[in-house]
Design a protein around this ligand. Structure first.
Ligand code: IPM
Ligand code: MG
Length: 356
């Protein structure tokens, strides 16, 4: 198989975690006789520094010419006070919108070896395996009006949570389809007791459910969902929710696994998919060989599975990660009494050695 991948390392630990993922990709290429061409592109702070904008047009067109995009992380304190529109995060939002990636899949699975790393009790975590389907190109992230303006002599900030029925319908379909490949249970999360946009969300998701009688549908308010994720996370199979709620709940779900450094994601819905770890650019540990590359390596596995249909290759990567963790190796974020802590490069090497 021959594929071209646009690689956007981005900022902070982005470069380090991407480096390990590309070494894994290189090994898979050799072992399985594929050919992957990777082309590096700029976005986020790195792009701001070089070109003055967070998403150069060239990056978007490179992405569109390739078969998939692999992204590290964008953002950092250097650009924190940039004006709206010129923040590194605008690069990420521009990629998601520009590539039409409305469906963000964020699986959170508990690794047996990491049961004691999480702040939650092992008995609560045992068997947790859930998938958050986050709407990614709508809602309050993109709604208009937005901005900061004056009302008399007072500053006011405005953002708008807005969803068209068609946007809700297409993400609901993705979630129901995902549930059919899993345990046939879908929880739709909203704030319908307060927000009209959530009332529409609930109505449309219920309408779509008529076409999926085999999938059990539940509705949950977001505050309750946040609580249930900690109280009894095993009850969840697939969760579908809006852009903002999905952002928040996926960080919470990440902590079930012990560290946000473990959570991969796939953004789908357009002609090509984009794959990125759920974590940020962690500027405090950047360049110190401390970052956990597992979320990025798992995101690469998702790319092989969803964009290229290479599920065996994806499984070999996921299995190698399980082996390394079972053998007791830990990155700093997964520190555990009596277990050797290794750096970004070494955990990458250990995973690569276990690919077959
Ligand atoms: C995420 C991140 C992004 C988001 C930021 C960096 C814009 O938190 O992917 O979850 O809010 O979507
Ligand atoms: Mg987030």
């Amino acid at each position: 198989m021959h594929k071209q991948i646009t690689v956007i390392p981005g900022d902070g630990i982005g470069k380090e975690v991407i480096e390990q993922a590309l070494l894994v990709l290189g090994r898979i290429e050799k072992l399985r006789g594929h050919s992957f061409k990777t082309v590096e592109a700029l976005a986020g702070g790195a792009a701001l520094d070089k070109t003055g904008v967070p998403l150069p047009g060239e990056t978007l067109s490179l992405c569109r010419q390739s078969d998939a995009v692999l992204l590290g992380a964008l953002g950092g304190p250097k650009w924190e006070n940039n004006p709206p529109g010129l923040k590194p995060e605008n690069g990420l939002l521009g990629l998601r919108a520009g590539l039409g990636l409305f469906a963000n899949l964020r699986p959170a699975r508990i690794f047996r070896a990491l049961m004691n790393v999480s702040t939650l009790k092992a008995e609560v975590l045992l068997g947790v395996d859930l998938l958050i389907v986050r709407e990614l190109t709508g809602g309050i992230y993109f709604g208009k009006p937005r901005g900061i303006s004056k009302e008399g002599d007072e500053d006011i900030g405005v953002n708008t949570e807005i969803y068209k029925a068609s946007e809700i319908r297409r993400i609901a379909v993705v979630a129901f389809e995902a549930a059919r490949k899993r345990r046939f249970k879908l929880t739709s999360v909203d704030k319908a007791n307060v927000l009209e946009v959530s009332q529409l969300w609930r109505r449309i998701v219920s309408e779509v459910s008529a076409s999926y009688p085999d999938v059990e549908l539940h509705h949950l308010y977001v505050d309750n969902c946040a609580m249930q994720l900690i109280a009894n996370p095993r009850q969840f199979d697939v969760i579908v929710t809006s852009n903002l709620f999905g952002d928040i709940l996926s960080d919470e779900a990440a902590m079930l696994t012990g560290s946000i450094g473990m959570l991969p994601s796939a953004s789908l819905g357009g002609a090509i998919g984009m794959y990125e770890p759920v974590h940020g650019s962690a500027p405090d540990i950047a360049g110190k060989d401390l970052a956990n590359p597992i979320a990025t390596i798992s995101s690469l596995a998702m790319m092989l599975r969803y964009s290229f249909g290479l599920s065996q290759e994806a499984e070999t990567i996921e299995q190698a990660i399980v082996s390394v963790l079972d053998e007791g190796y830990r990155t700093a974020d997964l520190k555990e009494e009596g277990k050797p802590v290794v750096g970004t490069r070494q955990i990458g090497e250990l995973i690569i050695e276990r690919l077959h």
